[in-house]
Design a protein. Structure first.
Lengths: 315, 280, 426
């Protein structure tokens, strides 16, 4: 809710200069549809066009360049049969859930800690936010240094004398995916923190006072009054983090290169791999369409939830 | 009470240090010579400060025969990111206003499609963009990249602004319209003056996203028209030669400076903007 | 820096404005070439810059656009330009991709130029074939690397008590065991996927060049399921067990210091590694290089090459530039200059490598190639996209890299997966 609303309009009736006003309002009436529809058509139009185009290409024999010869669902069959594709979706579930959960928890924790009227809040907040300013390529590269057992943290600790220390997830097939979660959380937790902190700060002061008058202790007030108001923010955080997770691409390329083996590949990498590395536009498009479909499966419940919530509010 | 305070501070300081580790490593590496990094490890205190890495990164290292460092590419990135950020933010504000306050038939569907845009993978849009840019004769121009970032950026800016504007009371609009104010007047006199908090959020978001984008910059633009991310990639490994970690670290820091500054100085407003309602 | 380039550009465009009159008067355009390559850094960047200089010294205007990053990004750019109807005059391309890409945009028939230069029979036959997909020369090879090269660390050999570089896989395994016993990591390797594919191809090429040709280059099903490929998978497993377990996704050059110190013993890597050794401060006394292990005795040359494809253009100055460039690339002197910088060997087998500026490794490699040609033992590299189209290559490397990093996959299973991946990708 924006705070105070400046009501500039009320004091200035439109009829000060009738002739000019009429012209202006006519021009306004003409331009209004333009102003409404042009931006919206650009924003929504490219999404529709590009998606339809990609879907069309996914049914064609396109290789290096688009080609209109249809091949039915062959591309889908081929893509779904590759080990890459199967591993990518298993990974997406592990990475998606792990990253969204961890970034949310860390973000919430940071927000709650920062909300305790700490000193140096500005500095601390800047520290937690700065990873957002960094590109995924850089994040991936730097974490690939840190997590590499022969170069980074493990080597440092080993050299310091604790020679049995092991932190080599990045070279283990079944653990490497978790290194992606670490790096991605480092980058995005600050964003979750900012949103949560914003939510905590906009909690109505009267509610808190009321709770205090009722004799609730600070922790109890926090849990009973403050946290429940964060509920809508959770949804925003989850959607934005999920969007990060699904589109993750540069990070993997820079951190693990999809390896060891192909154990950390993700759907976006599969799309890119087919489309461009293998020069199979048709198959790559099929992989992209499958990715969008999986997204719909995840987002549909959210849409239903929002609708349900709105109906409940109206009722 | 005092115990809790100590725990709070201890937790914050430990977490802050953890968050700073990657930055620290890059800063230290930017001051170490390549030989030193290769001979020891990626984490370490410089034996001798190699400030030359910065000069090398700024305007010396070569991408094939072009030995001018990342300096010209920084200029490209700025000429790309600034207009694209401003225009996409303004269009997003307009679109968000239309959807949130100027209700029309099908507005929810349009909004759904716009939101879907934030989930489309970049890889998928590469070829369609080639075709669009070709038809507009914008291949290999900064304008082409600006166009892409405006159009794609609108998904986010519209989402942010719409979510912010829905909390403006409808009564306020009704009153204004009774007084004869049209679409533009309401936008200009009521909506825009209320917008600075959310505009700060979208500007920061857009600027960072556009500045850090790599795929389109490399694919559509060549040589002197490429953004700085392309120059950064040139510094990382090729099959036949070893990566130059020291110079690479210095270049990464220089290239990240604009976005870091944006967060450093805009961070407070970012939070304020979110508090003001972007999260609803 | 930017200012000087702007000035240069301005001067250039002023010259261009002034040019047409002059050019018309002389009836010829000043040769100009626009090129795309991925060579932006290190010795590759230096070599292509030197080539540009040669081009300019011969009266041309050189416009090179390096696409940083990976081959994929370079191809994206090429595709974008082709779709936009504006392909570069020449672009870096190799192996079967030359044939694939030549189908989507018109190329230049270089036959007359190649004939005039007497170039055709100086180049290894398989390489020449990849440059003339429709029976005509449309691309020209610039340089060649031997992929099956074994580098030995001098200190490492000393430490493990090994007198000479292993010549067969049995000797290799023996040497590796000794190194392991001496507390070393026997194989210095990189962690990027092509590195894994390359180890497999070196293994198979060393076991049977003939099986390699049938299984990898011709995708013969019987050969893919044959005993040589199985043996290559078994050898690959041994190599994997001797690799540095800590490398993850790092570049192979990360292990150079350990290799030179003698903490690691052997490196299976193409000839380009030599440049990196010298760059890292090593001298030729610190390492030796030679052909990879070879069980069948005779020389075998697993070839990786870089070529330029020539795209059709209507601009007279670009056409003139293509002629000039083709002429220059085919000259022995240019190839010699280029190879000296990158550490490769010239695509022309008649270039004399005895002069200064070439190393023992390069000479050995060139000699190897000359001997392998008449015996039909030149193979095209899988991991470096010479043997198969990128689609098939990627599918095969997926299997190989997974196999290298997952010790639970048996050799027989790995072989089955490879055959299945090929079938699915075709």
């Amino acid at each position: 809710m924006p705070g105070s609303l400046p009501l500039a309009l009320r004091g200035q009736p439109a009829a000060r200069r009738p002739a000019a006003g009429v012209w202006r309002s006519r021009l306004g009436a003409l331009l209004t549809p333009v102003a409404i529809w042009v931006p919206l058509l650009i924003a929504a139009g490219h999404v529709v066009l590009f998606t339809v185009w990609t879907t069309w290409i996914s049914f064609t024999a396109s290789k290096l360049v688009p080609d209109n010869a249809l091949v039915g669902v062959r591309n889908y069959r081929v893509v779904m049969r590759t080990a890459n594709f199967q591993i990518a979706y298993t990974n997406l579930v592990i990475y998606g859930l792990g990253f969204v959960a961890l970034a949310t928890v860390v973000g919430l924790l940071l927000a709650i800690l920062l909300d305790q009227r700490v000193r140096g809040e500005n500095v601390l907040r800047a520290i937690f936010l700065y990873p957002l300013a960094v590109s995924f390529v850089v994040t991936g590269t730097v974490w690939s240094w840190l997590l590499n057992p022969g170069l980074g943290i493990q080597k440092l600790v080993n050299d310091l004398g604790w020679t049995s220390f092991r932190f080599d997830w990045v070279v283990q097939q079944d653990m490497a995916i978790y290194t992606l979660i670490i790096a991605a959380t480092w980058q995005a937790a600050g964003f979750a923190m900012a949103l949560f902190l914003a939510g905590l700060r906009s909690v109505d002061g009267d509610l808190i006072k009321a709770a205090q008058i009722d004799g609730a202790g600070p922790w109890r007030t926090y849990r009973r009054v403050v946290l429940p108001t964060l509920w809508p923010i959770f949804i925003t955080v989850l959607v934005i983090l999920l969007q990060f997770a699904i589109k993750t691409f540069d990070l993997v390329r820079a951190l693990t290169g999809g390896g060891p083996g192909i154990s950390t590949t993700l759907p976006a990498l599969v799309v890119y791999d087919f489309m461009f590395q293998r020069g199979e536009l048709g198959r790559g498009s099929a992989a992209a369409v499958l990715m969008l479909l999986s997204l719909v499966v995840v987002l549909a419940p959210y849409g239903i939830f929002v609708r349900w919530q709105r109906r409940r509010r109206q009722a | 009470m005092k115990g809790t305070r100590i725990i709070v501070y201890a937790a914050l300081i430990i977490l802050a240090l953890l968050f700073l580790v990657p930055l620290g490593v890059v800063v230290l590496n930017s001051l170490r010579s390549n030989q030193e990094i290769a001979a020891t490890s990626m984490i370490g205190w410089p034996h001798r400060f190699a400030f030359g890495n910065y000069a090398e990164a700024w305007n010396r290292f070569c991408m094939a025969e072009h030995c001018w460092g990342i300096e010209p590419y920084m200029v490209n990135s700025l000429t790309m990111a600034i207009p694209a950020t401003i225009v996409s933010t303004l269009l997003g504000a307009l679109a968000g206003y239309s959807i949130a306050l100027w209700r029309f038939r099908g507005d929810q569907i349009v909004f759904g499609l716009v939101t879907l845009g934030i989930f489309l993978p970049e890889q998928m849009k590469l070829i369609p963009w080639v075709i669009v840019l070709r038809d507009l004769s914008l291949i290999n121009t900064i304008s082409g990249l600006i166009l892409i970032h405006i159009v794609q950026g609108m998904s986010f800016t519209t989402l942010f602004c719409r979510n912010y504007y829905v909390s403006i009371p409808q009564d306020l609009l009704k009153a204004a319209r009774v007084d004869g104010a049209g679409f533009f007047r309401v936008f200009w006199r009521i909506v825009l003056p209320l917008s600075p908090p959310i505009l700060v959020v979208t500007v920061i978001w857009q600027f960072t996203g556009i500045w850090n984008e790599f795929l389109y910059g490399v694919t559509f633009n060549s040589g002197e028209h490429q953004p700085v991310t392309a120059a950064l990639i040139a510094l990382s490994a090729a099959i036949t030669s070893e990566p130059l970690y020291g110079v690479q670290s210095a270049a990464v820091l220089i290239a990240a400076l604009p976005t870091l500054l944006v967060y450093l100085f805009g961070g407070r407003y970012f939070l304020r903007g979110l508090t003001a309602g972007a999260v609803k | 820096m930017l200012n000087t380039t702007r000035r240069r550009l301005l001067a250039g465009s002023a010259a261009a404005l002034a040019m047409p009159a002059v050019a018309r008067a002389q009836g010829a355009a000043k040769p100009r070439i626009s090129a795309i390559s991925q060579w932006s850094a290190g010795s590759d960047g230096a070599a292509i810059s030197a080539l540009g200089k040669v081009f300019e010294e011969n009266g041309g205007t050189w416009q090179h656009n390096p696409v940083p990053g990976f081959t994929t990004e370079m191809m994206n750019k090429l595709r974008a330009q082709i779709l936009a109807g504006d392909p570069p005059a020449i672009s870096q391309l190799k192996g079967p991709e030359i044939a694939a890409w030549s189908k989507i945009a018109p190329t230049v028939d270089l036959d007359p130029l190649v004939k005039a230069a007497g170039f055709a029979d100086k180049v290894p036959a398989d390489l020449a074939k990849s440059c003339q997909p429709g029976g005509h020369w449309i691309a020209l090879p610039l340089q060649v690397y031997r992929v099956n090269t074994l580098f030995m660390s001098a200190k490492g050999m000393q430490r493990a008590g090994i007198a000479k570089a292993p010549a067969t896989w049995a000797e290799f395994n023996d040497a590796a065991a000794k190194m392991k016993a001496a507390g070393m990591i026997p194989v210095a390797n990189g962690g990027i996927r092509w590195d894994d594919g390359m180890k497999f191809e070196i293994a198979l090429a060393g076991i049977s060049p003939d099986a390699y040709r049938r299984a990898i280059m011709q995708l013969d099903e019987a050969a893919l399921k044959g005993k040589e490929v199985l043996a290559a998978f078994e050898q690959l497993r041994r190599i994997s067990n001797w690799m540095d377990p800590k490398i993850a996704a790092q570049h192979w050059s990360v292990n150079l210091p350990a290799f030179l110190k003698g903490d690691m013993g052997m490196l299976l890597m193409g000839g380009w590694a030599q440049g990196s050794f010298l760059h890292a401060g090593a001298t030729t006394a610190d390492f030796s290089s030679g052909s990879g292990p070879q069980d069948s005795g005779a020389p075998c040359f697993d070839l990786n090459a870089d070529c330029f494809i020539f795209w059709q253009t209507k601009a007279p100055d670009l056409q003139a530039g293509q002629k000039l460039f083709a002429d220059l690339v085919m000259r022995p002197a240019t190839q010699e200059m280029y190879s000296k910088i990158t550490g490769s060997i010239p695509a022309r087998t008649d270039v004399d490598l005895t002069g200064p500026g070439f190393s023992e490794g390069q000479r050995n490699s060139a000699q190897n190639l000359r001997e392998a040609i008449p015996q039909n033992r030149v193979l095209l590299s899988l991991a470096h996209n010479m043997a198969q189209s990128n689609g098939v290559t990627a599918a095969m490397i997926d299997v190989l890299t997974e196999y290298v990093h997952n010790a639970d996959i048996s050799a027989a299973d790995g072989q089955k997966r490879l055959a299945a991946a090929v079938e699915n990708a075709l």
